[in-house]
Design a protein around this ligand. Sequence first.
Ligand code: G6P
Length: 614
Amino acid sequence: MCGIVGYIGKRKALPILLNGLKRLEYRGYDSAGVITLDQKNFFIEKEVGKIKNLEEKINKEFGEVDRIDGNVGIAHTRWATHGESSVKNAHPHKDCSGKFWLVHNGIIENYNELKSFLEKRGHKFISDTDTEVLAHLVEENYQGNLLKALETALKKVEGTYGIVLVSKNEPDKLIVARKGSPLLIGVGKDEIIVASDVSAIISYTDKVVYLNDGEIAEIKKDNFKIFNNIKKEEVAKKINKITWDIKEIEKSGFDHFMLKEIFEQKEVFLNAIKGRLLFSEGKAKLGGLDLVADKIRKIKRLIIIGCGSAYNAGVVGEYLIENLAGIPVELEYASEFRYRNSVLEDGVAILAISQSGETADTLAAIREAKEKGVLTLGIVNVVGSTISREVDAGIYNHAGPEISVASTKVFMSQVAVLVLMALYLGRQRKMSLSQGREIIDELQNLPKKIDKVLTLNDEIKKIAQKYFSMKNFAFLGRTYNEPLAFEGALKLKELSYIHAEGFPSGEMKHGPIAMIDKNFPCFFIAPNDSVFKKNLSNMEEIKSRQGKIIAISNKKDKKLEKIIDDLIIIPKTKEYLNPILALIPLQLFAYHMAVLNKKDVDKPRNLAKSVTVE
Ligand code: G6P
């Protein structure tokens, strides 16, 4: 989704801004724009499509990008919401005088009213965006103080925003403001880079200050002042250290980030469990949850919320926590939870799962739950993100940056953390010491098994070569693997745009089986577990309708081999840990299907990594 970069310092702004935009490419966008300010002259360029198109346009018109002067500037990648993807709608946007330019993430909900008001006052609009009203509002309110002008303008605005503003009138500063759309300030030596995402700044600095909602800041090349927009007081902020490494946001020899991230999963799994297993006590140590330990002991019901893959990981969590900890668990799409009047009796806790920690629906659901006085917990990957800061307590994934839009390693990590959480909650309740130790024991065996599954890459590629022209797929599983069926289908459709649906295996015969014929393959996740035989019966039902079957199992079973067309054998593990291993072939299959279908693997069409609007 939209990305923001702003620069002020000693160096030429343009190359830094373009580099920052490239780091944000993974978030998804359809046009890009940049403006730099050299004393009193602006350099502006916008283009539809990829950042390289923008760069080519600049090179064609002006030669090399570093020939453009200006030590101040702002840049933006736009994911169209109001108005089509076009040069006129690309950010930055300006006022009538052309003195005030800004970039904006989020949505201005009352932009129609504001536009009519401004048009009556003589302002002329040139784009179809909601953002443009902000630039005119700044012009309308400017009385010699840029910070004040934005502050006053924002009083009239309803909606969400992350804004960076520059002006010819005060060329030595950037003004930034945040409400509901992330913004951070990267503090370098004699330079400051603001961005909507850490990846845009880590090449330049590891020092970062996170803005909170309702904060507005004036940024100069060597200092910044942050004010609370409501109380109008200056706020002192902590400078945080970014722990991510620049290598983590580079492809390191892999063809795609997605493949790299799939192959990072052993490390990611180890990072999720590192320092969190106490074998002698058969427990998990989750420092974040200890902060609200008393409340956690009193949880009687848990509602897990998330979107997309995070939701699917939550469903694995539902099985894990109900079975291992005996706590009733429900899953809710965050976008539904926020608008329904859920019954939240005493003892209910909400657990939000989010890779980015910025998903608008998940954040709004958390705020709704907090409003109702419910304990809120989070499993979040991005350190310092809004959800991680707003929940009462939480657990970080420590999976490192995930660049590919389709989630792989973070899904794995979310499941790993949910196992730890089930262990933590279980040991406070019905789980025995020996069962706790048994879980820990097997968790420690998993890294080498993950490695083994990754060696199946070539085999899975061959299977994809057989099926890549198929137009429909069903993914099926039972119990712990039912959510994997949803995740397998989601991966295939988001990457290859092939129609794919996930079902609980037993549900197939209640309708979906009507679709099955020789051109509608079914992908079963069927380990040798308590429901293996049930899965076999469901496969027979597909076979009798000429449906092709690909299966992931951990048993070379004669009956199974007779029914299936293709078999992927993964190592054995405990029934409840199988999703961690079975997940990998599903990811690899989706990856190869996308490559074979010549799709943009890391940046599928229409998708955004982090959806910060409703
Ligand atoms: C978007 C992404 C999905 C992701 C979902 C939730 O839809 O395309 O891949 O699963 O958001 O994101 P979150 O950052 O909250 O996990």
